[in-house]
Design a protein around this ligand. Structure first.
Ligand code: SDX
Length: 426
């Protein structure tokens, strides 16, 4: 099917093209619908609307499939690294060995922070959530790197995307430590991305810290599994802001803030808080499940459900495996509770009928907690993972000669025209 005719009252209104994706998914091309018929479409939450065509990530929500540039994420988790996936998402191909080495050196070589950014972070109240701190600092990064603009940096200067990939973990670690022990641990050129971040987060001032290999492996996998996910809310925010040709730093700052919401990236923190509440209530998972089913109760089972996956989120399955590998032998009340909660929910008609399964956030916080991260840092870790996806999606949009400023319409349901009423007559 490559065209569809839209009819009303036995009259052909318009014929629209059908766009077919690589995996056979199809969309009505309605770019000229209003001009031809005066009609627009109304789709709150965009549940039925594709805003972009993209070559970066393929998701099949019914079959629980997720691929970055065609590669299944389970293969990437097993064989690749987070930085290699950053390269893949942006460039579209896996790097050659020497190109990967160059890229890794480029990131390591741009990790230092300008004094002013550090001072700025310290000036933000310690009680501020690290996500808001990060967004605030990223929004002004452009003033420290004038002319770094666009996707290719000026002669000799790093591109904005390199600056962000290199410095966000350093800013993230400092956003935490500046509000706790005030110890700044600089990035090291002899450590990989995940081990460097663990070192900046947990090393004492006098050094002597070596991140456990199991923690490095788990963090590397988690970052990679968060790297991109199509047109999710925070990526859509980055594309929306970027479509006005605002600075990339501004678009990424918007993405960080969009991600912080509890229904999106903020869920990983709330999952652990929910599991701790269940434990405090004597492990009573059933009462939490009943609350989640009660339509009059706004409570949702955090880490469950997804706009696209109506099957098991493939990332959740992989993260659950990592959690078991990391924690099972020690026994971990949070993990045991999570596994029990999942079993009970997936046996309950309410969740089965609605296709509500664990999502990427359900097990990730358990691993972060076990590594030693405070729960306020969980969504920051999501942002570190998602940064390459935001950057790749932004670049795809900016490089698209047909991309336009994004400006949805609305259907007006307010008052008809009426005249102003002077205050003395009200
Ligand atoms: C992420 O888009 C992405 O790709 C996001 C993400 C990414 O990688 O970027 O995957 C990351 O954000 C994962 C989601 C993290 N959020 C949570 O875990 C919060 C809890 N989940 C829900 O709030 C909800 O499932 C959403 C927000 C994730 C999805 O919301 P939708 O698509 O709008 O689903 P919906 O509200 O239309 O749900 C349909 C039905 C409703 O019931 P009925 O009105 O049909 O009776 O399912 C119910 C919902 O009430 N439902 C839930 C539920 N999720 C959906 N009921 C209880 N608990 C839940 N978790």
């Amino acid at each position: 099917m490559d065209r569809v005719t839209i009819r009303a009252q036995d009259e052909d209104l318009v014929e629209v093209p059908v766009i077919t994706g690589t995996e056979g998914e199809q969309a009505l091309g309605i770019a000229h619908l209003r001009k031809a018929t005066g009609l627009v479409t109304l789709d709150p939450g965009y549940g039925n609307t594709a805003e972009a065509s993209s070559a970066i990530t393929f998701i099949n929500g019914e079959d629980g499939i997720l691929r970055y540039r065609g590669y299944p994420v389970d293969q990437l988790v097993e064989h690749s690294s987070f930085l290699e996936v950053c390269f893949l998402l942006d460039q579209g191909e896996l790097p050659s060995p020497c190109r990967l080495t160059e890229f890794e050196q480029e990131i390591r070589g741009n990790a230092s922070l300008p004094e002013g950014l550090m001072t700025l972070l310290e000036a933000i109240p310690a009680s501020t959530h690290p996500m808001q701190k990060l967004a605030a600092v990223v929004a002004v990064m452009g003033s420290y790197y004038p002319g770094a603009g666009g996707s290719a940096g000026p002669e000799g200067g790093p591109a904005e995307s390199t600056i962000l990939l290199a410095k966000l973990p350093v800013l993230a670690a400092w956003s935490y430590r500046s509000g706790t022990d005030g110890v700044y641990i600089a990035p090291r050129s002899d450590l990989g991305y995940a081990s460097n971040f663990l070192n900046m987060m947990f090393a004492p001032q006098d050094g002597g810290f070596e991140a456990p290999e199991a923690h490095i492996r788990a963090l590397e996998a988690l970052l990679l599994l968060h790297a991109d996910h199509g047109q999710n809310l925070s990526t859509s925010a980055v594309r929306l802001v970027g479509s006005s040709r605002a600075e990339l730093f501004s678009a990424i700052s918007a993405g960080i803030l969009a991600l912080s919401g509890p229904l999106h990236g903020g869920a990983n923190q709330r999952v652990v808080e929910m599991l701790e509440e269940i434990l405090a209530a004597g492990g009573d998972t059933r009462s939490f499940i009943e609350r989640a089913k009660d339509r009059s109760d706004p409570f949702r089972l955090m880490g469950f459900g997804h706009r696209v996956y109506k099957n098991y989120d493939p990332r959740a399955e992989l993260i659950k495996q990592h959690a078991k590998d990391l924690l099972r032998e020690r026994g971990n009340p949070l993990l045991e509770t999570a596994l029990r909660l999942e079993t009970e929910a997936l046996e309950d008609e309410f969740f089965i009928q609605r296709g509500i399964y664990p999502n990427v956030d359900f097990y990730s916080g358990i691993i972060y907690r076990a590594i030693g991260f405070p729960s306020k840092m969980f969504t920051v870790l999501f942002a570190l993972g998602r940064l390459p996806g935001w950057l790749a999606q932004w670049r795809e949009m900016i490089d698209d000669p047909y991309s336009r400023i994004k400006r949805p319409r609305s259907i007006y349901l307010g008052f008809p025209r009426r005249d102003f009423v002077p205050i003395e007559e009200r």
